[in-house]
Design a protein around this ligand. Structure first.
Ligand code: DHE
Length: 530
């Protein structure tokens, strides 16, 4: 069931291409047709039945540069020749030699010549509800529903559901290929929504331990956000350039919002987050210096609307999801909200090159401060806490070995904590004295720093498995235990006592990435991502 696609979807992806795109890509089609003639034949013969004739996926994942970006170098050809263990990907070494496999890899690394239409009709047609799903009145297990923690295992594309008190695995279910970003809970913590880079959104009932259904909201997607009333799920996509809003109940499409900047430039959506006090979603646009706010509440703030519902002569109550567009002085990539959701801390495009970041006041729609954040800060994985009567925020950097700590009343960087290398995630919990910061990149990726929240000093550096990547931390509901990933195919989730920093348990897992505790997520714990 998971990963399969409906005939309707299969039909739709061969729909008519947009004329403009066709014309602009004709030359490329001709050239690539020449260059990839042999590879295209091999692809059609060996790959298309599972990955789609258009390379946009079928029972296998999409094979386009946007999703394959992570699989570099010789790995892809090796997968073609030797298959992928524990998946349905067979070995083709009997049929193909190295040169032909390499040629297919080149083809897969080439952007698609044209995109099929992907709008409301196509998305709805891709919807697959699990015919065997049986709703239940309450949990079919005996555990604290608020202390459930899910673990995304990217090694074989599964999610494990953990009892947060006993660490027993209650269920382990398949997900679509390449889940990315944090899965989101509905406000009750019962339903889990998971997104894959191929744009599939899966709904899972934790009480029943069953998948409810799935829908392909985009062709290459970034992340998802849950509305505070639990009714809507927003899906940010690169391909096509759109934001999809799904009904969480049945995964049907409520709105497809094409994303085009004020000057007419189409834009990918980098990320979308919910803003509970304003009953809105905020999305960052990748290709134009704008952020957009889409309201789902009954009484959205009236300030700053730039939406055509006024000129269409329709009453506001008839138009769901009014849109506000905010122009920024610089592109905003990754971003982070303060706990009041008034301020957005964003990495500006300059930040990627090593200089800056910006603070946007969402209420007035203006930049109010600069941030000193060199070296690609990974703001979406930041954490906040109280220190010396003010709130501070810590963020890792994907370049350069520091964790920056920023005073959120002055927006000044108060400390750059020297780490053993660039990191990806920092995490904490209200009840913990420490911030945990991984060293995701470089030779010291097997280290995890533990930083005292008040002294801002590293008090301990853990090395749970020499030579293995150690990353991402989530806490149990009460903050007593910290769960750390050994990010390897034969990996594990290590349970640490968050106070003594001693290892308590080691749960074998297949390349566990993120971990998400129901309570910490639905109460918007200051220590974790929202
Ligand atoms: Fe992520 C979250 C963007 C690469 C694993 N990542 C996020 C979020 C964004 C983001 C915007 C927050 C969304 C959310 O949770 O709702 N990630 C990006 C990138 O732009 C980047 C650098 C490049 C890319 O192509 O996407 C990137 N991310 C990665 C990886 O290579 C990681 C390590 C492995 C993978 O799965 O691809 C990775 N990202 C994660 C994880 C989270 C995440 C596990 C959720 C963390 C959390 O605790 O919420």
């Amino acid at each position: 069931f998971v990963g399969a696609r409906s005939d309707a979807y299969r039909m739709s992806i061969f729909g008519k291409m947009k004329m403009g795109r066709m014309l602009t890509t004709l030359a490329a089609v001709f050239l690539s047709g020449m260059a990839f003639a042999g590879a295209k034949e091999d692809y059609a013969e060996h790959c298309a039945s599972c990955h789609g004739e258009d390379r946009l996926g079928g029972s296998g994942p999409a094979l386009i540069p946007e999703t394959l970006r992570k699989i570099r170098g010789p790995n892809l050809a090796e997968v073609i020749l030797n298959g992928r263990v524990a998946t349905q990907m067979p070995a083709f070494k009997e049929e193909l030699d190295q040169a032909r496999a390499d040629a297919i890899v080149e083809l897969l690394r080439t952007p698609l010549e044209a995109l099929p239409p992907w709008g409301k009709a196509e998305i709805n047609a891709s919807r697959e509800m699990n015919p065997d799903y049986t709703p239940v009145d309450g949990p079919v297990w005996d555990a604290d529903p608020m202390n459930i923690t899910v673990v995304v295992e990217t090694g074989d594309h599964h999610v494990s559901v953990l009892d947060g008190d006993t660490f027993e695995v209650l269920d382990r279910f398949p997900t679509p290929f390449a889940v990315h970003g944090g899965p989101k809970y509905d406000p009750t913590g019962r339903y889990l929504f998971i997104m894959s880079r191929d744009g599939w959104v899966q709904k899972y009932d934790i009480y029943a331990l069953q998948t409810v259904g799935q829908v392909r909201a985009g062709l290459n997607s970034r992340n998802i956000a849950m509305s505070s009333d639990g009714k809507w799920l927003a899906v940010a996509s690169y391909l096509p350039n759109l934001l999809t809003i799904l009904n969480t109940e049945d995964l049907t499409v409520a709105k497809v919002q094409p994303v085009v900047g004020k000057d007419g430039t189409p834009s990918r959506v980098s990320a979308v987050y919910q803003v509970p006090p304003r009953e809105s979603f905020v999305l960052a646009l990748k290709d134009v210096p704008e952020i957009w706010e889409i309201f789902y509440g009954k009484n959205p703030p009236q300030f700053g609307f730039a939406h055509d519902w006024r000129t269409e002569g329709l009453a506001h109550k008839d138009i769901p999801f009014p849109l506000r567009k905010i122009t920024l002085p610089d592109y905003l990539d990754d971003f982070f909200f303060d706990q009041t959701y008034e301020y957005i801390m964003g990495a500006s495009r300059d930040g990627a090159e090593g200089t800056g970041g910006q603070v946007i006041d969402l209420v007035i729609g203006h930049k109010i401060a600069d941030l000193d954040l060199p070296g690609m800060p990974h703001l979406s994985s930041g954490t906040t806490w109280e220190r010396n009567g003010t709130t501070v925020m810590a963020t890792p950097h994907m370049r350069g070995g520091v964790v920056s700590v920023i005073d959120m009343s002055t927006w000044e960087t108060i400390k750059k904590i020297e780490a053993k290398g660039p990191g990806f995630f920092v995490r904490s919990h209200e009840n913990s004295r420490y911030v945990w910061a991984d060293v995701f990149f470089g030779p010291n990726r097997d280290l995890m720093h533990v930083i005292d929240k008040q002294s801002l000093e590293i008090v301990k550096t853990l090395q749970p498995a020499v030579g293995k990547t150690v990353a991402h931390v989530e806490f149990t509901k009460d903050g007593r235990y910290a769960l750390v990933s050994i990010w390897e195919d034969d990996g594990a989730v290590i349970v640490y006592d968050a106070e003594t920093l001693e290892e308590v348990r080691r749960l074998p897992m297949r390349k566990p990435s993120g971990k998400y505790n129901v309570w910490n997520k639905i109460t918007f714990s200051e220590g974790t991502s929202h």
